[in-house]
Design a protein around this ligand. Sequence first.
Ligand SMILES: [Zn+2]
Length: 375
Amino acid sequence: MPNYSASNIDVKRVNRINVIKTILAHDKISQPDLTHKLALSWPTVLQNVKDLIDLGLVEEVGAFASTGGRRARAFAPVRDAKACVGIDVTQNHISLVLVNIAGDLIKYTRMKSAFSMDDDYLTDLGKAVTKFVEASGYDIENIVSAGISLPGIINSSGKYILYSHVLKLENTPASAFTRHIPFKCNMINDANAAGFAEMYGQPEKKNAVYVSLSNSVGGSILSTGAFYLGDNLRAGEIGHNTLYPEGRTCYCGKSGCLDAYCSSKVLTQYSDGDLAQFFGKLKAGDKALRQVWHQYLVDLSYAINSLRMIFDCDVIIGGYVGGYLEEYQYELEKLVSERNTFGYDASYVKICRYKLEASAVGAAFAEIDNFIRQI
Ligand SMILES: [Zn+2]
């Protein structure tokens, strides 16, 4: 994500945020490199570095060899000084991750658990989170907060679930959901979380559209490092873009939505609901599934081309199906390239870095980002 500008928050705070983010992006960085990357004077950088050392987030780690004159001082992040928990709740699973302040994934687990707002489910969720953190060996005192990713529309404060078709929730306060989790919690939409995970720690990347191909099709739009949410917090609901007017019926009740052509269910209906089995049979040369897969990629290429034409940025493909796409990237790029009005380039199509754990990781990264903004 790009460094912050000083449009809304004061210059001192922006400098603080950019100093810590730059140090966190390196294993070790010299004083000249740090001042050069930040384009700030050394006294300004030094004051911030001193404060960050006092907070236990940065340490001085000797000196870099210099080609002449004095050896340059060097600084490093204290990577495990703080950590955040990421929790991804779906209809039938819970994923948990622990991510440190430097963005390292410390621990990940995924368990089967059918969602419900019953106290039994919520108590078990709280116990699972506590046990997970304890098992990591991480000092519970250093856990800043937990980010919870959900398939639904979350209000801008992250404290209210406005609507979730999948979890059958409407106007539910987050506190009702998180009452057994022993950390401060914020909610985030699952596709936004996954998109955030894909972009995190890459200051050169400014804009991207993330497409989630799971049991339903969703997406998120990141513009100059922030989510574009739209007037009704529904931006990125690309699953309900019309692909074929009068086409297949979507679960939303309309006809021809992208979801009816590109959700993972389109594939798993041929493999007992098991996506790994679908790709296993495809690899083994099943001719009928080959045809299904080709049509799936054709339909996906239409959607990708539309997104590229509208947003003119990278299109990152994730979700359950995204986890299997690497092997078929060339085939997909060829189809996308054939539709490109402005040349044949399809290198803007990116396959996700994170697979099943994307939303949980993104929820944790969002918490780390919040923490860094408040240092
Ligand atoms: Zn629909």
